[in-house]
Ligand binder design. Structure first.
Ligand code: ATP
Length: 289
């Protein structure tokens, strides 16, 4: 079997995770319990998921000129992800997710940082890389006009593209129409494609809708087919959706039919939720057998 070539165009973040027993009140300073940094961002997570499953993965993205940027690049290298198209943006911070976890509550502030500097012209520098890919995988943590530009480019170059529309953002129908597959979770499908109404959702033939422990669904004609997940002991569902998307791209690039590819992606995601952390729980190909 040929090694699938996946190019992920998207966000690269450092997650800064503070754990405290309680949330501070307004104006209050409290002592917390622990702090750690974890590589994240939907783009980077999906790249790691695809690389672990044996694909040749190229990342197109930006980091800031701070120590997090260097650490994020090291992380890609340690996963065997190709970083020729990951540039360091001067004078800007890396993408960050400031996460506070307490017993009762989670609070997160995302700073786009260098991810916000992913302009359409930057993507054009890597046209050849895009054209040489079996599948392109994108999410919505980069500017909207860049997303639109990537979709135009993939259409021109005739390269299949998966849109993981997270966080939810509406596109014109003309742009959704350029995707090969669109992979919202259940909530995003309701928001973006009127999935919970009596009418059939828009872009039926492109949708692959994930639904947590229930698995994932797609449509054959106007009939919905649900591929169930395996029943597993859940430790941490962070990154389940990213694992699903990376795995789906690998399976489709290997030429698997959609139903089999969704089963493969479910399996990878169900393995990932059994371990702590987004990237650290993502399975290797050998664990999929
Ligand atoms: P997250 O934001 O937590 O990364 P998501 O909301 O994008 O996830 P989900 O639909 O919750 O996406 O999950 C994606 C896929 O992960 C599911 O389709 C399924 O394959 C797998 N999955 C998620 N939760 C479970 C679970 N509890 N048991 C087994 N598989 C799961």
């Amino acid at each position: 079997m040929h090694t699938p070539k996946i190019t992920v165009i998207g966000s690269i973040n450092m997650d800064l995770m503070t754990v405290a027993e309680n949330m501070p009140e307004q104006g209050e300073t409290i002592s917390g319990e622990s702090f750690k940094t974890l590589p994240g961002g939907k783009g980077a997570n999906q790249a790691v998921a695809a690389a672990r499953l044996g694909a040749e993965v190229h990342m197109i993205g930006k980091v800031g000129d701070d120590p997090f940027g260097a650490a994020l690049i090291d992380n890609f290298e340690s996963q065997g992800i190709r970083i020729e198209a990951v540039e360091t943006e001067p004078g800007v911070s890396s993408g960050l997710a400031n996460i506070i976890v307490s017993d009762q509550d989670n609070r997160i502030i995302i700073i786009a940082g260098a991810n916000g500097e992913m302009h359409p012209g930057y993507i054009d520098k890597f046209k050849e890389r895009i054209e040489a890919s079996d599948y392109i995988l994108i999410q919505f943590e980069i500017p909207k006009r860049t997303v639109e530009h990537i979709l135009d480019l993939c259409e021109t170059l005739d390269v299949p593209v998966i849109i993981n529309p997270a966080p939810a953002m509406q596109l014109d129908d003309a742009y959704w129409g350029k995707a090969t597959y669109i992979t919202p979770n259940d909530n995003e499908a309701k928001k973006l494609f009127a999935y919970d109404t009596d009418d059939l959702p828009k872009f039926l033939d492109k949708l692959v809708i994930t639904n947590g422990a229930k698995g994932a669904s797609f449509f054959r004609g106007d009939r919905m087919i649900t591929v169930p997940s395996e029943k597993v002991e859940v430790t941490d569902t962070t990154g389940a959706g990213d694992t699903f998307n990376g795995a789906l791209a690998v399976a489709l690039a290997e030429g698997k039919a959609l139903e089999e590819a969704v089963g493969f992606a479910n399996k990878a995601a169900s393995l990932s939720v059994q371990k702590l952390g987004a990237q650290s729980g993502m399975p290797k190909r050998s664990e999929m057998e």
